[in-house]
Design a protein around this ligand. Structure first.
Ligand code: NDP
Length: 256
């Protein structure tokens, strides 16, 4: 019974930015539960390496070269997935970037790049998968937010706007597409050790220890911490969960 609830055999998942970090952590979880995986990123070598690794667990996995900032590329990702697998059950909008500058310094082009990558691409991809999910009787969309979906930060005006926006976008889709049996939820990671935060640690003195100091769990998160939430939100186990924004943060957001 429990195994059937979480079984993803026969399901097809697209993970944008699935070639590393949190996205790969989620892809590994979905693959372990039996899903076929589409890894979508710009770096083809990284995506191929992820696919090779996932295929060792016996699932089908393919890499697509996708720039989520290019609407045609996102639409092609959806078309190519349908061509390869004939269906799309799960979409994880995970690709994301940050440009660390205060509001008085960030250029319009930089603002647009962050909003496009973190927020607009999720809209474009979700709209593009909706017909296939509706036609097959349902689906699961998982959007990746942040602690900055909740908190503000002087260094992240565009990033914070995109991550606040993604939660509201998730709620909108959750309501609109509930009649189509498509559940839409957001995951809000705490501080996770990935390339993104390794770059931040190079730029911000003492960041590693500051995060540790206010983390009830006493550690940074790891990509592997996202396997379980991905399987839950992609599986029948979450069929009555929609419009939620779930922190996966070791308690960071509840620390006063
Ligand atoms: P990484 O930098 O490790 O991964 C980011 C991924 O996004 C890469 O796989 C990259 O692939 C992909 N990506 C970036 N831009 C594009 C683009 N234009 N088109 C396609 N793919 C793109 O970061 P994380 O794993 O840390 O981040 C994943 C998500 O989690 C992001 O949305 C981030 O904001 C969020 N997050 C991370 C936190 C953390 O502490 N690490 C905390 C809160 C949220 P490629 O370069 O091949 O295109």
């Amino acid at each position: 019974m429990t195994k059937a609830l979480f079984d993803l055999t026969g399901r097809v998942a697209i993970v944008t930015g699935g070639n590393g970090g949190i996205g790969l952590g989620m892809a590994r979880g979905l693959a372990a539960a039996g899903a076929s995986i589409v890894i979508a990123g710009r770096n083809q070598a990284k995506s191929e390496a992820a696919v090779t690794e996932l295929a060792t667990s016996g699932v089908k996995a393919i890499a697509l070269t996708v720039d989520v900032n290019d609407t045609r590329s996102v639409k092609a990702m959806v078309a190519d997935t349908l061509k390869a697998f004939g269906r799309i059950d799960i979409l994880i909008n995970n690709a994301g970037i940050n440009i660390r500058k205060p509001p008085q310094e960030i250029a319009l082009e930089e603002w647009n790049e962050v909003i496009q990558t973190n927020l607009t691409s999720a809209f474009v991809a979700s709209q593009a998968v909706h017909p296939a999910m509706k036609e097959s009787g349902g689906g699961k969309i998982i959007n990746i937010g942040s602690m900055l979906s909740i908190f503000g930060a002087s260094f992240a005006p565009a990033y914070g706007a995109s991550k606040g926006g993604i939660v509201q976008f998730t709620r909108s889709c959750a309501i609109a597409w509930a009649p189509d049996n498509i559940q839409c939820n957001a995951v809000l990671p705490g501080w996770i050790d990935t390339e993104l935060t390794q770059n931040a640690r190079r730029e911000v003195d003492g960041l590693y220890d500051k995060v540790l100091a206010r983390s009830p769990s006493g550690r940074w998160g790891a990509p592997g911490d996202f396997a379980g939430i991905a399987v839950f939100l992609a599986s029948r186990a979450s069929d009555f969960v929609t419009g939620a924004a779930i922190p996966v943060d070791g308690g960071f957001s509840v620390q006063g």
